[in-house]
Design a protein around this ligand. Structure first.
Ligand code: SF4
Ligand code: SF4
Length: 206
């Protein structure tokens, strides 16, 4: 699941100069996180209208990042043709896919933060930083790229106090990694030195 949060409304208004807007929500991750499902799209429509914009229509795509046929979307939502701009309440993936298909300007209503998941109905954030070189098994299944604000690959930075990260409120992931590896009987892997990640691997390829 892609983790996103709603932008501040004033920032959306500042960016969207056009008058006639069509809003697109996403039925997958954005709906699950309550940032781009039907209630949020309707709230956005209300706020835009209250700010003097003309909302020509709205829809929730089953998945904003997977469009099998743009013609089909258009035939189901002909009001899109009347819009000068689309406001998309999905992750950046959905915004990019839609931008490649439409003739209007596409604005993101969300800020995409990280790759996460759902555990016992609760959304868990920052599970993967999409480094393109997964070695999470070496850290007991806890990814330091995504869980440590400094992305420390070879042990803790030294700033944690009683298991708490020095940067913010989270637990120090290295404290957790040590506990997990101990539980797994694999503490010896902590002696391995990890080379820096090959950042060329996270680039998009044709
Ligand atoms: S090691 Fe890389 S690919 Fe694997 S979970 Fe961490 S960021 Fe994601
Ligand atoms: S305290 Fe732990 S989690 Fe926080 S920055 Fe340092 S190593 Fe990373």
């Amino acid at each position: 699941m892609i983790i996103s949060r709603l932008k501040e409304f004033k920032d959306i208004l500042k960016a969207v100069k056009e008058q006639n807007i069509f809003i697109i929500g996403c039925g997958k991750c954005a709906t699950k996180q309550h940032v781009g499902g039907e209630p949020e799209v309707l709230e956005m429509k209300k706020r835009l209208r209250g700010s003097g914009k003309n909302v020509v229509g709205w829809t929730i795509l089953s998945s904003a990042c997977i469009i099998s046929s743009w013609d089909e979307v258009l035939s189901q939502n002909p009001e899109i043709e009347k819009a000068e701009a689309l406001l998309v309440m999905s992750c950046g993936g959905g915004v990019s896919v839609l931008s490649a298909n439409v003739k209007q300007l596409v604005y993101p209503a969300l800020d995409t933060e990280s790759l996460g998941g759902v555990c016992r109905d609760e959304v868990v954030k920052e599970q993967c930083g999409m480094c393109g070189e997964c070695d999470i098994h070496l850290f007991g299944g806890l990814c330091p790229v995504s869980h440590c604000p400094k992305g420390m690959q070879n042990g803790p930075c030294g700033g944690s106090v009683e298991g708490k990260c020095e940067v913010d409120e989270r637990k120090c992931v290295w404290d957790e990694i040590q506990k997990r590896l101990e539980l797994l009987g694999r503490l010896e892997v902590l002696k391995d030195i990890h080379e820096p990640k090959d950042h060329s691997k996270r680039r998009c390829r044709e």
